[in-house]
Design a protein around this ligand. Structure first.
Ligand code: ATP
Ligand code: MG
Length: 261
């Protein structure tokens, strides 16, 4: 299907098309399509752009990456399908490892994701097959399986589009966690150390750019940014933004109704 460039929802339709193709290729799980839909709903309420609080979280995330000793980027099907190339770029500029971690683990899906990431330039993709031989406690699903060279020994794990249980489990075993989640109310958003409330399609390229800028400003600057960042307060700003957007939409509707009457 060809999506016309001037279609008002062209970007969102293209993203959907990418996910559907990746689903057909065995990269994205069926539930990944539903998860995306929930994200889209929040994106609508956020005005479909990177907000100020999102930019603040992106800056803090960049600072956290640049001060981490063993950062790992955890990748699932949706992340690989939507921002595989940016994941590889981010890993390169931050010296992070990349690990595949899936809710619905299957050897075929793991391999398909590994192949996609390698095509995007990744050299060493962890967590595939018997390499995911370690277990993190407190989780019952297949996601507890981790690579002993990656998430198990990491001090920082970035978990884009993650489930709340796993975020919680990672925080409970002492990891710092950076999440990307359009829903500021999800358990993931509330439990992570830093939550970027923005579409991953917009926020990953921005994060790479911010790391590159911040790299030249030194570790002292990164520590200062982190000292001044409060995730709960920043999440509240996203919630307030949704409220303001809703009030604005409602006010517009009210005026139109007024005119019609
Ligand atoms: P939680 O388990 O954290 O309480 P949940 O169960 O409501 O959250 P999940 O299905 O576990 O949600 O995870 C999907 C999450 O990913 C959703 O909260 C959704 O907002 C988010 N999401 C989906 N697609 C994107 C995207 N493209 N960019 C950012 N976030 C997204
Ligand atoms: Mg969930």
């Amino acid at each position: 299907m060809k999506i016309p460039d001037d279609h008002p929802r062209a970007k969102s339709l293209l993203t959907r098309e990418k996910l559907i193709n990746s689903y057909l290729e065995g990269i994205v799980a069926a539930s990944g399509l539903i998860a995306h839909g929930r994200g889209e709903a929040f994106d609508y309420l956020l005005g479909e752009k990177t907000s100020k609080p999102a930019l603040k979280a992106i800056e803090a995330a960049a600072a956290m990456f640049l001060t981490a000793r063993k950062p790992v980027i955890s990748v699932n099907g949706n992340t690989a399908a939507l921002v595989g190339e940016e994941v590889v770029k981010l890993a390169n500029v931050t010296g992070s490892k990349i690990e595949v971690n899936l809710f619905y683990r299957s050897r075929a899906r793991e391999l398909a994701i590994k192949k996609l990431l390698e095509k995007a330039g990744a050299r060493d993709v962890l967590g595939v097959g018997k390499n995911a031989s370690a277990r993190i406690p407190e989780l019952s699903s297949e996601r507890r399986r981790v690579d002993p060279r990656g998430i198990l020994v990491a001090d920082l794990v970035m978990v884009p589009l993650e489930d709340g249980d796993r975020t919680e489990a990672l925080v409970n075993i002492g990891k710092k966690v950076i999440a990307v989640d359009l829903n500021p109310l999800s358990r993931t958003a509330l439990r992570a150390s830093i939550t970027i409330v923005d579409n991953i399609v917009r926020s990953m390229p921005k994060l790479v750019e911010t790391v590159e800028e911040l790299k030249n400003r030194g570790v002292g600057k990164c520590r200062e940014i982190l000292r001044n960042f409060d995730n709960r307060k920043n999440l509240a700003k996203s919630m307030i933004l949704i409220r303001e957007n809703l009030s604005e939409f409602a006010a517009e509707g009210d005026t139109e109704r007024g005119r019609a009457m």
